[in-house]
Ligand binder design. Structure first.
Ligand code: GLU
Length: 551
């Protein structure tokens, strides 16, 4: 019995690997093109860290003329859900992340390097496992769970490393004949990698994100093909990333400890290893300690959380770019209108220790992003959000023409309004602009310095009778408020008021506040001139009348 015969006995129908090597030729891309992948299990769930990974990957592949593909890692059938793949694709599409190749729904795919679903690649893995057996680099292992538990217990008792390695790797030393005999008898087995590594030797590795690292060599005879004939993650990773032409494996650093094994597998099978880029997960602070954002504990782990809150996807992406490369923030300030793909993203500048997720910062980024949107976009996006999550707001926005005017206040100029961080803020921000809501919500008028009934009444009446003219331009409008202030004995300038505090009880700013409060029942609003323009004369006078009535 020789290795070849053993391999034929185990995988009689598996093809020679030359078939696959020819079927999936080296990609013909320009120098420096990055080929990378997003390789989730089909759980439907997209973690915020995975979204960051995909944002980074899509920027890098677009910038270098490379390829980003979606590979579904479903060899662990337990975690599957219905429509899991479509959910993932949809979540990514919402963030404008489209894959150049890979699965496009549960069963269909595009691209020349598929199948892109691991469960459909069984034959391929078996061909490569057969090749490993032929080379004497893999072998069948017949140990039962009980035997493996026994080995582990002995190791634990002796306080030595656990695992299937060296003298503990029982089946490694079976003769080929013994192996064949067990197989012929129908004994169950898995295929293990026959590691040539030694734990007392070190390997060096340069990770693109983490830099130079060293590790003890791998000496574990890990399982490469499980009892069900499907590969383990490690083996599938090596075969797939080789055949699919991955140049960069960008993945979370929970995989960093597998580097020695993966490099060894690539080496022994005779493939060139891709570059590894292990990025740190996004962290959260809890009780003064940093920990990973967890799918189980933290709602913000799921990308759906952000759309439910009404944070626009551009904002989430900009924020994730800040986390990926801290220099992005400054770049964005200087290039507010550029696409993120124009940013020179560097993998080696990604955080090694894990950045803290900061909701306040995200909302701040979001405010800036929304301030750059035009009224139409704000209208469309907030209406989309409202239809799903806030029927009242959706109703408020029914009058599109009017709502566009409302959203247009202080927008599209040099210093646009920055009061909306998420669509769930919109209602609170604009409701006073709609007469039906204004009167319904009205509870009190928060008058400030000028707060006496007679004074307020005088201001509002005089303003309507003598000074309000809808066609005035902004300067004239303001000059009139000044003139009215003077007519009523207030200071027309703040400076003048400060110079003669005993002469005046209030100044033009205080008079404006009276107008603002009567108009909106708020002390803080965007530009009052624009508000009056949008409301129109009829609504303004109705509001002032109501304010007087309520004094
Ligand atoms: N399926 C693996 C995971 O979800 C992929 C890791 C990788 O990118 O290699 O963690």
């Amino acid at each position: 019995m020789n290795y070849k015969e053993l391999a034929d006995l185990i995988f009689p129908n598996a093809k020679d690997i030359s078939y696959y090597e020819e079927k999936y030729p080296k990609r013909n891309l320009k120098e420096g093109a990055i080929v990378t992948r997003y390789a989730p299990s089909p759980t439907g769930f997209v973690h915020i860290g995975a979204l960051m990974q995909c944002v980074v990957e899509s920027v890098l592949t677009k910038r270098t003329g490379g390829v980003l593909y979606l590979r579904i890692e479903d060899t662990d059938g337990k975690r599957e859900i219905d429509n899991g793949v479509s959910e993932i694709i949809k979540s990514m599409k919402d963030f404008d992340i489209e894959f150049d190749e890979g699965m496009i729904n549960e069963d269909e795919e595009k691209g020349e390097y598929g199948p892109y679903k691991q469960s459909a690649r069984k034959d391929i893995y078996q061909a490569y496992a057969k090749y490993m057996i032929q080379q004497g680099k893999a072998y069948p292992c017949f140990c039962s769970h009980e035997e493996l538990d026994e080995i582990r217990a002995k190791q634990e008792n002796a306080k030595i490393r656990t695992g299937y390695y060296g003298v503990w790797a029982k089946c490694r030393n079976l003769s080929l004949e013994e192996m064949a005999e067990k197989i012929n008898k129908g004994e169950k087995y898995v295929i293990r990698f026959k590691s040539q590594g030694r734990e007392d030797k070190k390997i060096k590795h340069k990770d693109v994100v983490k830099g130079n690292m060293d590790f003890p060599e791998n000496d574990q005879d890990v399982i490469i093909i499980k009892g069900d004939g499907l590969p383990t993650y490690h083996f599938a990773h090596v075969v797939d990333d080789h055949l699919m032409g991955t140049t960069h494996v960008i993945r979370s650093d929970e995989w960093v400890s597998s580097i020695p094994l993966h490099l060894q597998l690539f080496y022994e099978i005779g493939f060139r290893a891709p570059k590894y880029c292990h990025y740190a997960p996004i962290m959260k602070e809890e009780d003064g300690k940093k920990r990973k954002i967890s799918k189980r504990k933290d709602p913000e782990a799921a990308v759906s959380f952000y759309s439910e809150m009404g944070i626009p996807n551009e904002a989430v992406k900009d924020y994730l770019m800040n986390i990926a490369n801290s220099s992005f923030e400054n770049w964005r300030k200087q290039n507010p209108d550029k696409q993120i793909t124009e940013f020179d993203l560097q993998l080696n500048k990604m955080s090694v220790s894990g950045s803290l997720f900061d909701m306040v910062k995200l909302l701040d980024v979001s405010k800036t992003v929304i301030s750059r949107f035009d009224a139409n976009k704000v209208y469309d996006l907030s209406l989309d959000w409202a239809k799903k999550y806030d029927k009242e707001l959706a109703k408020m926005l029914e009058n599109k023409e009017y709502s566009l005017k409302v959203f247009g206040i202080e927008r599209g100029n040099k210093k646009p309004r920055k009061d909306i961080a998420k669509w769930s803020d919109v209602k609170e921000n604009i409701e006073y602009m709609y007469d039906e809501w204004f009167y319904e919500k009205l509870k009190e008028y928060p008058y400030q310095v000028i707060n006496k009934k007679e004074e307020i009444e005088k201001i509002l009446t005089l303003y309507m009778e003598k000074y309000f003219e809808e066609t005035d331009d902004k300067q004239t409008w303001f000059d009139k408020i000044k003139a009215m202030s003077v007519e009523l004995g207030y200071a027309g300038e703040v400076k003048e008021f400060k110079a003669n505090p005993e002469k005046y009880s209030a100044h033009v700013g205080d008079v404006s506040t009276v107008l603002r409060v009567a108009l909106t029942a708020r002390t803080n609003t965007p530009d009052m001139y624009e508000i009056m323009q949008v409301l129109g004369k009829e609504s303004v006078s109705k509001r002032f009348k109501k304010a007087i009535e309520n004094l």
